[in-house]
Design a protein around this ligand. Sequence first.
Ligand code: 2M8
Length: 434
Amino acid sequence: MKGLKNHAIEVLNGNWKDKIGFSVPCANLYPFQWFWDSGLIAIGFAHFDMRKAEQEIRTLLDTQWGNGFIPHIIFHTDSDSYFPGPDFHRSDLHPQSSKKYRSTGMTQPPVTGFVLEKMYNIAKDKDAVLKFIKSLIDKVYFNHKYFYENRDPQNEGLVYIYHNWESGTDNSPIWDDIWDTMNPPEYTFERRDTTHVDASERPSKREYDHYLYIIDIAKEHNYSDEKIAELSPFLVQDPLFNAMLIKSNESLINLYEKLGDSEKVNQLKEWQEKSKQSFNSKLFDEELGAYVHYDMRNERPLRYLSSSSFSPLYAGIPSTERAASMVQIMMEKFGGDHQYLCASFDPTSERFNPKKYWRGPVWVNLNWMLHNGLKRYGYKDIAERVKHDTIQILEKNGFYEYFDSRKEMHQNGKAGYGGNNFSWSAALLIDLLE
Ligand code: 2M8
């Protein structure tokens, strides 16, 4: 196990860019800073190099816009190994975008709150880390305020995402139902991802047409949240995204209590209560026994099981009864002896594809959340199984981006897909081993 941990440390140090102070998720394939990657990477660094962990978060939060928004990709350097780059995204169209950094005009799951609390819990020198947290926690609070004030048009306590890239689960089969309602033009562009990774493991050209078209609509309206809520063909309340916000609210409450800021604590508690209530009344699917996405544009639930369906465990959202039903469904459909936990999409669905990115493979970040969520609800053995499965797939294949969920595929060590030496796979392995 020591060998695996040392290898993980090497991967993280290899992806660290000291001059600016951030990590790339993966050389060549993802040559910039990504929002939720950065947060999860900081958790790994916190175990062996707190300076880098702090710098990672400092750099991320420095990119915040005047309205509290934090972008999903920050283009710190020029690179032609990634498409679409800053000239396509044009974040400068938004009147409050950062003058210092070029970025996208979309965001990603808000992990920063719970990352700060994790860093505090990991730290040996608590006073030093609390000082660091104090210096920038208000930026995270401001980010949550942005979400509640700009991404919740019906005032439900649930925030929307307007693009599949905001979800983090880019080409999930769940989005197929939304693509069916759209007919974007055929764009002409040069893909770069498929020069680094086998095309069969990545989204299709037609899927990319949809991705670009939604951005074009947002750009036409200078990334106005209001206009996006009114016009974007993609407008979804995502259980994973909202669970990350709720988990981060919880952490901010804990941290502000330590810092003695009762005003912020009260506001966060108010948001939190409303969010949890709506989450449970709107996103739980009784028949499926777990949480699902809600398509606001077409006013319908998207009734599919995915690893996102179980992520609310991590944020303490379900009642113990609901948690029991979720665990039962998870074990029945995703957890048979021939499977590694946890496939990213329902293995019993005809849309399941165990090799293709977010259409089925196992991802270490979701496994890490599920492990912690299962522990939180007292499912010790299943939490251990998730941990054990994660360690085994990393040991057999290396620090890939995603992995085949079928055990039989791991016999020759070629069941790791996407990018290799992938940062969050390494970072969260380090945390799982602690
Ligand atoms: C993947 O997404 C990017 C776009 O954001 C891409 O495919 O080009 C996703 O897995 C996302 O969740 C992740 O943050 C990003 C970088 O690792 O890669």
